[in-house]
Ligand binder design. Structure first.
Ligand SMILES: [Zn+2]
Length: 242
């Protein structure tokens, strides 16, 4: 299953996430090491780490491996922002799905920069997060299409080709590299809300296709929770939109 979702973007170099120095610390000041320092030290001390393994940018997450995108999406991002959610969303629900992703950006804008304007979030992300995104990162075709859909939905200018650095559209912020970095800058209660964002929509069987993939068997906390097999409490609904 993981193989099916893996792509070239999962396979990154040893210097992934630690390629450049950040000119500015993340907005949440803390005596803890920066994401960058954590990734670097984790990679260097990981026993048996291979040269192309990448460390997860999330604090206290021990993951080091080649399928970083799959790991980040399944463990640290709300399913509404996965680029290949399983089961897939029905085509006639794409509008609601896209609106939900915009609402997620709006939530992040309020939480991280105290603004109702996603453009302000873009400005902050460009200054603070963009230096942490590896220079060789690319936006794959499927994500390009989803960013185009969001831009059309919001009537934002379509730059033609979306790019991570410099950020040339607010739609770029739905990319997993920015999503995980933004999630890392949230306070714990906000992060919980982030992780459950759009859960009601994404788990409504009226909105999804009957998938050929046994997604409940995925080794993700989200999927385990949805399958009721983790022994934990199911996620509390945090409806943000209808
Ligand atoms: Zn992780």
């Amino acid at each position: 299953m993981e193989e099916l979702l893996a792509d070239a973007e999962d396979i990154t170099s040893e210097s992934d996430w630690s390629h450049h120095s950040s000119p500015q610390k993340p907005i949440r000041s803390s005596p803890e090491p920066t994401i960058e320092q954590q990734c670097s030290s984790r990679i260097s001390r990981a026993p048996g780490a291979r040269s192309r393994d990448s460390g997860c940018p999330v604090r206290e997450c021990p993951f080091v491996g080649r399928k970083l995108k799959f790991h980040v999406q399944s463990e640290h991002l709300p399913r509404i922002v996965w680029d290949n959610p399983q089961p897939p969303i029905k085509e006639e629900k794409f509008g609601e799905w896209t609106e939900g992703r915009y609402q997620l950006l709006l939530f992040l804008s309020r939480a991280l920069v105290g603004s109702e304007r996603v453009e302000d979030l873009v400005r902050w992300a460009e200054e603070v997060l963009s230096p942490l995104v590896p220079v060789q990162s690319q936006i794959l075709d499927q994500s390009q299409q989803q960013m185009r859909s969001l831009s059309r939905w919001m009537r934002w200018v379509d730059p033609g080709q979306f790019q991570l650095k410099p950020i040339n559209s607010p739609s770029v912020l739905i990319h997993w590299r920015y999503q995980v970095l933004m999630g890392e800058n949230l306070e714990p209660a906000q992060r919980l809300e982030f992780l459950h964002f759009g859960h009601a929509f994404m788990s409504n069987l009226d909105n999804v296709q009957s998938s050929v993939f046994p997604y409940v068997l995925l080794h993700s906390s989200n999927a385990r929770t949805l399958a009721g097999g983790s022994g934990k409490e199911p996620p509390r609904e945090v409806p943000r939109y209808t």
